[in-house]
Design a protein around this ligand. Sequence first.
Ligand code: HEC
Length: 212
Amino acid sequence: MRYFFLAFALIVTMVIGFFGFRGDHFSGTPLRLFPDMDDQDYIKTQRPSAFFADGMGSRQPVAGTVPRGFEPDGVQHAYGAEPSFGNSELYIDTGMMGDAYGDGMPVELGLSDDSTAGFLRHGEERYKISCMPCHGEAGNGKGTVAVIGIPTVADLMNFPKSTYPDGKMFETITKGKGLMGGYGYNIPVNDRWAIIAYVRALQIARADSAGK
Ligand code: HEC
């Protein structure tokens, strides 16, 4: 019986620890069961600091910091005036043409013979950052994460244009699928299309080398 009460007390403490006091406002620095990097001895959240000359605890971005979606010279991203995360009903933002998945690169990207190579290189760079850790450099589903963690990463070669149109891949990147989380909040719309173009290039290269 003693153990029952001990276990009961522990469960009550844990439930309150996890779910209690959520959404309440505190003026003091919160008590942390699991300290994170914002919890430091040098500065308490929302408090002045004696450490910095201007007395501010929070810091301004370092001079010359480049915001996401901008080039270092302050010019906005090469593809699209501003990085869009998709909020229209157009094909470019949904991957849908009417009720069905569309295929092909959206006209809004303004791709021409001159810009396609650069677009593809951009897609390669973005693919290597956002997809390669799981799907692998060749897109065969054998990235580092797949090898050491999630064994069910899909082989992208199994998703050719004929059965898996570009619009469907756009939706998968945006919203995720099964065990794969969505990247709609992290990857701007134009970058998602550039990634799709690069995945298509990987598929063509593989089919070619397999003599298909
Ligand atoms: C954290 C690991 C991870 C990352 C990063 C990741 N994926 Fe995936 N992806 C998966 C897993 C796991 C699956 C299998 C999902 C399932 O079937 O449960 C998958 C499945 C897919 C599929 C097939 C979905 C279907 O309809 O069955 C496509 C296409 C795909 N990923 C594309 C991408 C692209 C493009 C990127 C980069 C923007 C990306 N993935 C990033 C883990 C990842």
